[in-house]
Ligand binder design. Structure first.
Ligand code: FAD
Length: 547
């Protein structure tokens, strides 16, 4: 290119390729203004270090599918990523509408909203279901941006889209996972709540919400925390912050409208969730807060059952004490009442001894003695504690024996007795008087203990066994003490028979009463004559009429 062609005023070292610049510097007269405008755009500003071609190459090589359309969405340009993603060659799509990518599965309303937005000269971003040339559908996250001319009219649209199918699959999988977890949590019959380090609730389950309702809107978490602090001496969140958990700590809550407190067994697990904030992006490991997963299992029914059993036990002990007290009173009254006829008998016998008594006086004295004796007997009868009739209820003899054994545990341990407990695996329930049966077996075990003690052997063993008979139950109470001599095996059931060396606290009434209880249960009690290694008591029990 000659210097003339470059024209005056232009730098001499301008490259030949910049002839366009020279042309534009002084366009030939008559060149249409649109041509000058277009060429000016193409040439760019020679002082600008970024050539216009750079922008084209940037778009062409961008890893996002980019297309430029006219105002009706007919494709004018598509980049390499567009070809790669859609499967179409540029030549196939140029001049075609973008609808070539539609799978016909995107709702019509989305397109209407898309067009309404871009025609108002605003960018639109949304998700469409596109179809590749090969036929496979993919989810396209699309942004369309209107390109305006100098007069502000829409001339082109710039479209950019990427495949977000995988992200969508992950989102759906995450949602499904969340739904599954929520379903499991809601079905669990335990209060579950996940807490931030500052105590805010991240997640709770149906049981938690139910408790919220039971507490008439008072936040269960605050009450559980306060109860753990007051009743167990620690704050669950502080524990979690230190990375520690806890298990089955039992606490009680006062719940309006419920009889007595509600009991919960609380467990806590420190949960370390990784930091989801931008600053935690590159940090792996435990940069997040310590959260607390708190579980509270309602154990009220179990606690009430334990309390009920405890109360029943207390009641039985109280009844026993009252009975013993009543007996003591009756016996005191008896010894007092017997004093009067005894004194009279003494006086009468001394009169006879010294020969001063005459038969008429003696007959009168005998009459007085008889009356005093009858009065004493009547008073004694009146002082006897009343017999409280007990209703017949269903009794599981295995369970009843287990309770009696549990009550006797301390005595058995202190005496160094090894208990061999052999319950029948299946035992029919009997209709019986619970308290009577309890005292029957307690008495037999107490006897066995005393026998073992008096026998003095070093290997002390007590065997308890049950067996189902036709419409009855058999119980064996066996000890390896000195046993009962054959000639006494009937006599021991007589009232006031005492065969112990140590008679303290013994009235000789235990086996007599046991016999009565067994009779009332349509059963039998006997000392096994064949057993030679100690004493074996065999009890059979039938049914009493219920109520
Ligand atoms: P059509 O009958 O073409 O249109 C459906 C509805 O869209 C109509 O009822 C109407 O409400 C609205 N609409 C369509 N054309 C116009 C218009 N010119 N003016 C006003 N409203 C109109 N679609 C895709 O499915 N996938 C893509 O990846 C995609 N990329 C696009 C990129 C750009 C830059 C632009 C501008 C559009 C793009 N579209 C894309 C939209 C596409 O042009 C179609 O509108 C769409 O595919 C629906 O086509 P159709 O043949 O099913 O229905």
């Amino acid at each position: 290119m000659t210097e003339d062609a470059v024209g005056p005023g232009l730098p001499q070292d301008l490259p030949a390729a910049s002839a366009l610049g020279a042309f534009l510097h002084e366009p030939p007269p008559g060149t249409p203004a649109e041509v000058v405008e277009a060429l000016t755009l193409m040439a760019g500003d020679p002082a600008d270090p970024l050539p216009p071609r750079l922008f084209f190459e940037s778009v062409e090589q961008a890893p996002v599918a980019i297309s430029v359309t006219d105002a009706k969405a007919n494709i004018l340009y598509a980049n390499a990523a567009f070809e790669a993603l859609t499967g179409y060659d540029r030549a196939e799509v140029l001049g075609k509408n973008e609808s070539i990518l539609s799978s016909n599965a995107t709702p019509e309303s989305i397109y209407q909203q898309l067009w309404r937005t871009i025609q108002r000269k605003r960018p639109w971003t949304g998700t469409l279901i596109n179809r590749r040339k090969g036929g496979a559908d993919y989810l396209a996250e699309l942004t369309i941006s209107p390109v305006l001319d100098a007069a502000g009219r829409i001339r082109y649209f710039l479209g950019m889209h990427r495949d977000v199918t995988r992200e969508h699959e992950l989102t759906v999988a995450l949602r499904q996972q969340k739904t599954r977890i929520e379903t499991v949590l809601d079905a669990a019959p335990v209060v579950v709540v996940l807490l931030e380090a500052d105590g805010r609730i991240i997640l709770d389950n149906q049981e938690y919400k139910k408790l919220l309702g039971d507490l008439r809107g008072r936040e269960p978490l605050a009450l559980l925390r306060a109860a753990l602090r007051e009743q167990a001496g620690f704050d669950p969140l502080e524990r979690a912050a230190a990375g520690q958990g806890f298990r089955d700590i039992e606490i009680s809550l006062e719940v309006p409208g419920s009889i007595g407190p509600r009991w919960f067994a609380c467990s806590g697990t420190a949960v370390n969730e990784s930091d989801s904030s931008p600053s935690g992006f590159f940090i792996r490991g435990d940069a997040g807060d310590q959260r607390l997963l708190l579980l509270a299992n309602d154990i009220t029914a179990r606690r009430r059952e334990i309390e009920r059993a405890h109360l029943e036990n207390l009641r039985a002990r109280l009844a026993e004490q009252q009975l013993a007290q009543g007996m003591r009173e009756a016996l005191t009254a008896a010894s007092f009442q017997l004093q009067v006829p005894l004194n009279m008998i003494r006086a009468a016998s001394s009169m006879f001894k010294d020969g001063s008594g005459n038969p008429a006086l003696f007959a009168d004295m005998l009459g007085q003695i008889t009356r005093a004796g009858e009065t004493a007997l009547a008073t004694l009868h009146a002082a006897l504690p009343p017999e409280v009739p007990e209703p017949g209820v269903n009794v599981n003899i295995n369970e009843l024996l287990r309770h009696v054994l549990a009550l006797e545990t301390d005595n058995l341990l202190a005496a160094g007795v090894v208990v061999d407990w052999q319950p029948a695996l299946v035992l029919p329930e009997l209709s019986g008087h619970k308290n009577e049966l309890r005292s029957l077996f307690k008495h037999l075990i107490d006897n066995a203990l005393q026998a073992l003690h008096e026998g003095g052997g070093s290997q002390r063993a007590l065997r308890l066994a049950t067996r189902a008979l036709d419409d009855a139950v058999e119980v064996i109470v066996e000890d390896n003490g000195p046993g009962i001599p054959a000639e006494l095996r009937i006599k021991v059931f007589e009232p006031f028979h005492i065969g112990w060396r140590n008679r303290r606290g013994r009235a000789g009434m235990g086996l007599a009463l046991a016999q009565e209880i067994v009779n009332r249960h349509d059963g039998s009690i006997e000392i096994d004559t064949d057993y030679r290694d100690g004493c074996r008591v065999r009890v059979t029990l039938g049914n009493v009429p219920p109520h």
